[in-house]
Design a binder for this molecule. Sequence first.
Ligand code: OGA
Ligand code: NI
Length: 357
Amino acid sequence: MDDHRRWPEPVVPVQSLSDSGLTSVPEKYVKPTSDRPSLEAQLDPGLTMPVVDLRGIYDGSVDSRSAMATIWDACKEWGFFQVINHGVRPDLVEEMKGVWREFFRRPLDEKQGYANSPATYEGYGSRVGVEKGAVLDWGDYYFLHLLPRSITSHDRHWPARPSTLRKVTEEYGGEVFKLCGALLRVLSMGLGLDEEYLRRAFGGDGTAACVRVNLYPKCPQPELTLGLSPHSDPGGLTVLLADDHVEGLQVRKDGAWLTVQPVPGAFIVNVGDQIEVISNGIYKSVDHRVIANSKDERLSIAFFYNPEGDVAIGPARKLLTPQLPPLYPCITFNEYRMYVRKRGPSGKSQMKSLKLY
Ligand code: OGA
Ligand code: NI
């Protein structure tokens, strides 16, 4: 029977494999040749993801128009951009990384006390998808719901240690949530819609937020596996706090994989599937993946701004004409997410299967 509420086989934290000092990657993590990161295939190294200074947008200065135009173009051509002067306090960002690093350093059995299940994914986990025998990714994560308050993760899902983890994570989440609100206004304007359009379409006060903290332990044979397989993010907008020192994220650009160079203090923002749907394909939700690394462990913190679960999401009517019919049907995010939760990361297959044309 297809049971999407239970793991099909025991889950082994990758951190425990890495710490055991093994010198080769177990077979379960070895990708088919075509999916392995080929270290040669590189795009023009001069090609870099746009970096936007948000200061102008907050203070409404003359620079705000060009910052907005950079964001609009980036959402159309890259599906990704980086932001600096984003308004989230640098000390809070550092604390956030600090508490989660500390959590991942706790003893294994303590972490496993928070082991998650695919029913809600909340807690400590090492896989996405319930297909038996799937090739796994070289990474562990912790997943939590932050908003709306009505579905906030229960106490038992929050790590008790370090003791400041919950407070820091909630405060960080609140700040990044505000940043997403500001970005959504910019994105709405770029579509010629009223400023509040996207926020309203996401369910207004019912808008959801969750966080996924990723730990990619050192890997003895990074050329055979991936830290995180190619996927597009199913939700609305993602704000990624990537490791300042260790690269790993790759973004699909012009058919090849581009390694993103960390910019200290920046967030990496990307368009999720729901914004591609609402914009009727004008903004792109782009495939990305994470490569493993033999020298350094890598930590990243992804904040997901998602629509309220049971609100129907479809292309904005104002964007449709007889020449530009809707490319996607209207479905709720809860229905949409079920696909990813069963199959795990699988490129843009979900978007493709939905497409009307
Ligand atoms: C994700 C993701 C990228 C990274 O969590 O959805 O794409 O660099 N993470 O960890
Ligand atoms: Ni992602």
